[in-house]
Every structure is written in C-alpha cells, then in structure tokens.
Ligand binder design. Structure first.
Ligand code: F6P
Length: 537
C-alpha cells in the first residue's frame, strides 16, 4: 500500500520524469543549455550556490517545486517559525530560529514572547564571557581562569567543537579550549593533560543534565579539581552549567547564578546558538558571536521569505530527495575546502541523521520510501588523497557538496589558489569525467584504457562564500538546518525527536551492574551473554 507521499500526483509525475531523464548525462544537459553554468545558480545572502552540475533539468526542478507545494512545505515552514508545536511526539514548539531573532521581535511559544528571554541569556553570557576574557573571572585560589573545558555530548558538544575549530582564527589565543564528550575516561584524562585546576573552568553543557556520559565526566572533573583545590566551595568558582534542568545543576554544586539556561523548544542538535554556545562566545568574544547569530538569522529570513525557486535550503533539500528517493543514492558527501572546517561534517552528521533517520510518518505509519541520507565527509584536499577514488570511479552514486571561501585567513603564497583550483577541478572531473577516446589520446596502452576512464555524470553542488567569518559560518549551519527541515516536511516525518537513541541507553544501564558483579546471572541472547562473559574474565 502506498503512503500519501508516494501516491501523490507530484510524486507520480517525478517517477515518470525520472524514467525519462535517468539516462541523460550532466554533459548532455550542459550541451543542451550553454548558460546552465550561470542559470542554475542562486546568489542569496552572500552565498553563491551552483547547482548546475546535477542530474536535473528545468523540468525536474519545476516538478520538485510542485512536490514541495503539494506537501505544504510553505505552511509547514510557517508553523515552525511561528512556534506551533510541530514536534508532535514531544508536544513541543521548534524555535531554534528564535535564538537568533533580533531584540524587539516577537515570537510566541505557548503565548509567551520568548525573544526577551533569549536576549537576557545572551546578555548574561556576554557579561560572563567578557569577565573570563579580561582575566576577571578568578578561580578559588585567586588566579584568573585560563583554560576552558566544555563537557557535553551530541548537540552539547559537536556545535561547540565545530565552531571553535572553524573560528579558531578569531579565538583569544591566551585562553586554552578543550572539549570532552566520550564516556571513555581517556577523553577526559587527555583533555586535562597539562592543565592546572587552579586556572581551569569547566562548562558542563547538558540540556537534560542527566546524560550518562556528561554526568560521568562532570564527576571526574569535580574530583580532579577538588583533589588540588581541597574545598567543596571551589566548585562554584570552577564550574558553570548550560542546561534546562536547574534542579539537577544545583544538586551538583553549581551556583544557581552560574547557570545559563535554555528551553525545551530548542532541540539538542539545534542548540548551537543557545547558551550551548558559551564556550564559543568566550573564545571569539561577544561581538563576533553576534556576527555568528546574524549569519544564522539572515538565512532564517531567506528560508522563510525567498520564493521556492531561489530558496537555497529548499533547492538543497529537494535535490537530496531527488537522489535519495529516485536515484537510490544512500549517502551525501560534504567536502569543505577549508581546514578550519574539519569538524563541520561531524557536526552535520548529528544534525541530519539524528533528525531525519526516521521510519514512521508523523501519523505513525511505516514509510514505503527511503528517508534520511547518510552524511559524511572530510576537508579537501585531504579527502582527495583518500576516499575520492570511490566517488570518481566506484560503483556508488554519491552527490557531493563542495564548500569554499574566496579569501584565505592566513595568506601563504599560492596555497589558496591551489586549494580552490582543486575544489573547482573536483566538481568538473566528477561531472564531465574523461572518455576512453580522451584517455587514448594520451597514448595510454589499450589494456589500461578502461582503468583510466572517468565516466563522470557524478553530481555536486558548490557553495562559495567570501571568507570564513563567524557570520558566514552561521549562514552555512542555518542552511543545512533548514535543508533538514525541508526533507523532513516532504517525507512527513518528525525531524525533532530522537527516540532511536533510547534503547541502547537503557540496555547499557542494564549491563553496567552485570559487568561490575561477576555473579549476576545473565539473561540476554547468547552473543550478548558471551561478550559480557569475555569482559568479566
Ligand atoms: O542521545 C541523544 C541526545 O539526546 C542528543 O539529542 C543530545 O544532543 C545529546 O543526547 C546530549 O543531550 P544533553 O544535552 O541533554 O546532555
């Protein structure tokens, strides 16, 4: 039985169109339309988005836009921006866009304007960040704090780490930043190597303040600090928290004054612009942080108001649907040509896969179509020397996003040109390849010809921005956030819960006492019993 989506008129038209265009190559499309390289481009909010090297014609795009219209994308988008409880399984609004709304705007959640609350927290963060940056936040023994360790996991870690790495150029270099996420004690132990508890501040970032990993690492941090500092009252000078759970934070010993709050309408993986960004703000300063928020906001406005045909997240999302659901592509490569962006793919993995890795519709029906694409990637040019081989000549179709910046932050003679030349060349090679005749023209022995052929026809998008600034980073993240929304809306799933992470957590809680007590009887399957037995021995 088909679902509403696969039964819809727009879907059926796309299926028919797919059969017609499936064999048409990117090379053919460029031959048919000589202006394609400039007409399949959108320049909005300072982003040059080239989607010409995709296996789509103007008709494909028009059918995809019709699909978006038929699925009520615009109304769903408005529901999100206006605070309707679109996270239906948790009965919550989804208002990460309110986190970057300008002072004075009005956004209602349950009839309450949340914007003043957002700015009150931002102001409090700024006061704190400035104190740390000016050396005025003193530890228990009177020394200014110099080291900041963020403890969190998932959305309470990936955003802060990614932003710190991406914006390191703007960071205050006299401060040291470290990030701990894994429950593996090696992570914490390495993070505090060489640090002195007297000038180290821990930010415990956890929306729930109950997450096993974060709580275990927070306890380890407290023990590490108190071993040197002696008194329990030191906790208040060396620990602050970012959380929605004030009760548990206070129980831990953190001063209620030093809690930076946020709200249940901010999902973990959408929390980068909430107080979870505290370490980022300390690193780059409140002014740069405001630029980051402004970048996010510009894309929020663009996504909300631009017509579908010029709307970057809409086009990205629909192209993703085209490959995922019609070409059967399983994955999407994200290839930033900027080394500062090295954690961006990891950040996107949670954003995209925890959001759209769902198999039931909002109405609870099993989908009869594929959902969440697998996101992965590495910065160029490093990836070129590892996995690009498979993208060029392997048997899998992997659409790629190239991301580049015109200006470099650290000028070294020619290297920026080498970098960007490589990015542009990869898109060209993927799309147009090299035919057997072209290979032969290079006097290649006949037996090697098939090995040297690049069949091309491999799709990619290129996103070009001026420079890696806080503002532009904000734009890029918001662009992917809204792309996820578009796809969730088409697939009729809820991108804002994450029930799939629960079972493993519960089972781990059952196994912990079984590892600690060799006598406990084991009642799992034979493999699980044997693994526990192996560990016990
Ligand atoms: O386990 C998944 C998850 O709930 C993520 O969605 C979230 O970002 C992460 O855990 C951390 O949660 P918290 O901030 O509550 O510690």
């Amino acid at each position: 039985m088909s679902t509403d989506l696969t039964n819809s008129a727009a879907w059926k038209s796309l299926e028919k169109h797919f059969r017609e265009i499936e064999k048409v190559t990117i090379k053919d499309l460029f031959k048919l339309d000589e202006t394609r390289g400039t007409s399949f481009v959108t320049q909005e909010a300072g982003i040059y988005f080239d989607y010409s090297k995709h296996r789509v014609s103007a008709e494909t795009l028009s059918l995809l836009f019709s699909l978006a219209e038929e699925r009520g994308l615009e109304a769903k988008r408005e529901d999100m921006f206006s605070g309707r409880k679109i996270n239906t399984t948790e009965n919550r609004s989804v208002l990460h866009t309110a986190l970057r709304a300008p002072k004075g705007s009005t956004i209602l959640a349950d009839g309450h304007n949340v914007v003043p609350d957002v700015h009150a927290v931002l102001d409090k963060m700024a006061v704190f960040a400035e104190k740390v940056r000016r050396g005025e936040w003193l530890g228990f023994t009177g020394k200014p704090v110099k080291n900041i360790v963020n403890i969190g996991i998932g959305g309470s870690d990936l955003g802060p780490v990614m932003a710190y790495e991406a914006l390191k150029y703007y960071a205050m270099r006299t401060l040291t930043f470290r990030f701990v996420s894994n429950v593996d004690g090696n992570d914490f132990s390495e993070a505090v190597q060489g640090l002195d508890p007297e000038d180290t501040l821990f930010i415990i970032s956890s929306k729930t303040f109950t997450t096993l990993e974060t709580m275990a690492n927070a306890q380890a941090a407290r023990a590490w600090s108190l071993k040197k500092l002696g008194s329990i009252s030191a906790v208040a000078r060396h620990f602050v928290a970012v959380s929605t759970n004030e009760k548990e934070v206070v129980k831990f010993g953190i001063d209620a004054e030093n809690i930076f709050g946020f709200w249940d309408w901010v999902g973990g993986r959408y929390s980068m612009t909430s107080a979870i960004g505290l370490s980022t703000m300390i690193a780059i300063g409140p002014e740069n942080y405001q630029q980051l928020l402004d970048g996010f906001h510009q894309i929020d406005v663009h996504f909300r108001t631009a017509p579908l045909t010029r709307n970057i997240p809409v086009i990205m999302g629909l192209l993703g649907i085209w490959y995922n659901n019609f070409f059967g592509a399983q994955t999407q490569g994200v290839l930033p040509y900027d080394n500062y962006m090295k954690r961006f793919p990891a950040y996107l993995q949670q954003l995209t896969m925890e959001s759209n890795g769902k198999q039931v519709t909002l109405g609870g029906k099993r989908t009869d179509y594929q959902t969440g694409t697998i996101y992965w990637g590495e910065p160029g040019t490093n990836g070129q020397h590892s996995f690009y081989q498979l993208i060029h000549q392997g048997t899998k179709l992997i659409p790629c996003d190239f991301i580049g910046f015109k200006e470099t932050l650290n000028e070294l003679p020619s290297q920026q040109d080498y970098l960007i030349a490589n990015m542009i060349a990869q898109g060209e090679a993927l799309a147009f390849g090299k035919t057997a005749d072209e290979v032969r023209a290079g006097n290649v022995p006949e037996e090697l010809v098939p090995h040297k052929v690049f069949e091309g026809n491999r799709p990619s998008s290129t996103f070009f921005l001026d420079k890696l600034t806080p503002e532009n980073l904000g734009k890029l993240v918001a662009m992917y956030e809204h792309c996820v929304f578009v796809q969730g809306a088409i697939w009729d799933i809820n991108p804002f819960d994450q029930m799939g992470v629960e079972l493993g957590k519960v089972l781990a809680q059952n196994i912990i006492p079984e590892l600690q007590d060799n006598e406990k009887p084991l009642n799992h399957d034979s493999s699980t019993n044997a693994l526990i037995g192996f560990y016990r021995k």
